[in-house]
Design a protein around this ligand. Structure first.
Ligand SMILES: *Cc1c(COP(=O)(O)O)cnc(C)c1O
Length: 469
């Protein structure tokens, strides 16, 4: 094998610049791929598609990676005809499971520009223009959430990395300010959050080797300040409290103001996980539900969820970016010229170094359409959830598990077992009508609509309900 490899790579007929030069060949590749991307971005009807079993997919796909390459025409066709149809379209109007995606056309198109522009988004020295634009978005978001003037942050890969980065900054601040007190009697460090907090909080705690103190929610499903205060008083070593601004399962917003008071009274860092739900704070009527966010030491919201950006992007914001920088800046001789400047380097604010300027698609879409359009499109999800909840209440076989607060609706089909739900869900996917998998709540199988896309209209949702009769 080694000999064969040496033979091929030593082929004197292969010019080193063949992939990079401007030629009829490379022009053809770029045009072909952009044509495909353009067509996909502008499909009148997005196909829902679905996964295949590994063997079946392998047989259909064949081998694309060969010594001589199969050429752009065949590779593009392979993607278009075999691989893409084996991926669910998360932007399909009938995709209502998990958290769907619904990137705006402007954001999709600009994502291609980010790829074409070879921007290193980690430092001001290398990516000033991009970092400036991303910061404009972050400052706008910070203002909407009521954070003070000096707040700032960075776009990171997703809410999981955003939550981890924020908690690492929180622990660092704790150690700098409080660590000495713990030295006398070492304690396990811990994060307080609700039992309904996203799984990424436990994941972050596991990576950091700290404990999670799960606090029960009230009867309303929300984490409250008094329960947090009791947990903080009972557990030494808590360096952060996480409030969830829109749980993934139900869209429930914790009592952030009460939690903030409990945390602030005890000098503990407040992190708000709004990966899914915090976008709803851009809608006036819902602002009061998020009261207390302005007190956060850090927060996250995912543009790839309810801010209509393509995968993947999480906006991570800190009240005091200087403190976060102390926790995250990487130090090395080869980085000194970057990190010893007073520049704004996004890499210094999270667990990352090289980074894509993944906030730019959102920047472009916001710049193109304006913030009012964003508010109107986010409002659609809230209105559609309220409307379909009313509809569910009217149907004799269906009942709500709880009234929706944001754009997640959880309901049951009376008399159905998990197997009934699964058969129904499989049929909807077979018919390429919708992607709606069974979920569960307190051990009971349930159905759940998560509504992000403005193309997920009330009619689309009613059609799905009609199949439950
Ligand atoms: C989706 C979600 C996350 C995780 O975000 P990713 O972008 O998937 O990593 C964290 N918290 C909440 C509340 C979420 O809904």
């Amino acid at each position: 094998m080694v000999g064969m490899h040496a033979d091929t790579s030593g082929d004197a007929t292969l010019r080193p610049d063949a992939m990079h030069e401007i030629s009829d060949g490379t022009r053809e590749v770029v045009d072909r791929v952009l044509r495909y991307a353009r067509d996909r971005a502008l499909y009148e009807r997005v196909p829902l598609d679905r996964a295949l079993p590994p063997d079946e997919l392998a047989a259909q796909a064949g081998a694309a990676i060969t010594a001589d390459g199969i050429g752009a025409e065949r590779a593009t066709a392979l993607f278009a005809d075999v691989l893409a149809p084996a991926c669910l379209s998360t932007d399909h109007p009938g995709y209502v499971s998990f958290i769907p995606s619904a990137p705006s056309k402007a954001a999709i198109a600009f994502d291609l520009v980010v790829s074409a522009s070879a921007i290193y988004g980690g430092s001001w020295m290398e990516g000033a223009g991009a970092v400036h634009a991303e910061n404009e978005v972050l400052h706008w978001l910070a203002g909407e959430f009521g954070l003070p003037e000096g707040a700032g942050g960075a776009f990171v890969q997703g809410g999981t990395i955003g939550n981890l980065s924020a908690l690492v900054a929180a622990r660092d601040a704790y150690r700098r300010h409080r660590g000495a007190m713990d030295d006398a009697a070492p304690v396990r460090l811990a994060v307080v959050c609700s039992a309904e907090a996203h799984s990424s909080i436990a994941s972050a705690a596991s990576v950091m080797d700290v404990d999670v103190v799960g606090v029960p929610t009230g009867a309303d499903g929300r984490l409250h300040g008094d329960a947090v205060a009791a947990a903080l008083d009972a557990h030494p070593g808590v360096f952060a409290v996480v409030a969830t601004a829109g749980t993934t399962n139900f869209g429930i917003v914790d009592d952030i103001a009460g939690i903030a008071r409990a945390a602030k009274d005890r000098g503990v860092w407040l992190h708000v996980d709004g990966a899914y739900g915090l976008a709803a704070m851009l809608v006036d009527e819902l602002r009061p539900a998020f009261a207390g966010v302005e007190l956060a030491d850090s927060l996250v919201v995912d543009p790839h969820k309810w801010l209509f950006a393509p995968f993947d992007a999480c906006a991570l914001l800190y009240r005091d970016p200087a403190g976060a920088r102390l926790a995250h800046t990487q130090h090395a001789e080869y980085l000194d010229t970057l990190t010893e400047s007073a520049d704004w380097n996004p890499s210094d604010l999270a667990v990352q170094l090289t980074r894509r300027s993944r906030g730019l698609p959102l920047w472009f879409s916001l710049a193109t359409h304006g913030t009012e359009q964003y508010r109107a499109t986010i409002r659609h999800g809230i209105d559609a959830a309220a409307a379909i909840a009313d509809d569910i209440e009217q149907r004799p076989h269906l009942s709500l598990v709880r009234p929706p607060q944001l754009s997640v609706v959880v309901f049951r089909r009376e008399g159905w077992t998990l197997a009934d739900y699964q058969r129904w869900s499989d049929r909807l996917l077979d018919e390429q009508r919708a992607f709606c998998v069974p979920s569960s709540h307190a051990g009971e199988p349930v159905l759940r609509f998560a509504i992000i896309s403005p193309l997920t209209t009330i009619d689309v949702l009613r059609d799905i309900l009609d199949t439950l009769d």
